[in-house]
Design a binder for this molecule. Sequence first.
Ligand code: DAT
Ligand code: MG
Length: 148
Amino acid sequence: MERTFLMIKPDGVGRNLIGPIVSRIEQKGIKIVGAKLMTVSEDLATTHYGEHSERPFFGELVDFITSGPVFAMVLEGENVVEIGRTLVGKTNPAESAPGTIRGDYGMTVGKNIIHGSDSVESAEKEIALWFKEDELIDYSLVNASWVY
Ligand code: DAT
Ligand code: MG
């Protein structure tokens, strides 16, 4: 089974959107195998967004992601990296379709509510960066046979 990393950003947590977003994930049929509310250190933010370190918005991005608690999740399912990105929507909420998280809740690229891993490779890196092995739970959902 594939795994991905999703993280509700400080704007999503601050706007009381943890519940509505987690509901979408559960209703889709995705299994949550790890979840925690946490503050993000500058070190973690810098490493997580390392690929953007040369971009002009990098400083703002790190300030934003460290500005309040985030809700970090590891999700499991078939093809869940791609499915997670589809639920999240396009980077710019102006281009995100209604029905996606960013399309329904976001207005600007600087406050776009949620992060989702963009490939299996980055998912593996991000899960290892954000979670310890013993924070991920191995269990079965009884309704899995109705999903797959
Ligand atoms: P995504 O989060 O969809 O994977 P990304 O990896 O290109 O998008 O960028 C990471 C985050 O950086 C994004 O969620 C919001 C911020 N960002 C991207 N482009 C930006 C821009 N032009 N101005 C301000 N922030 C931006
Ligand atoms: Mg990205």
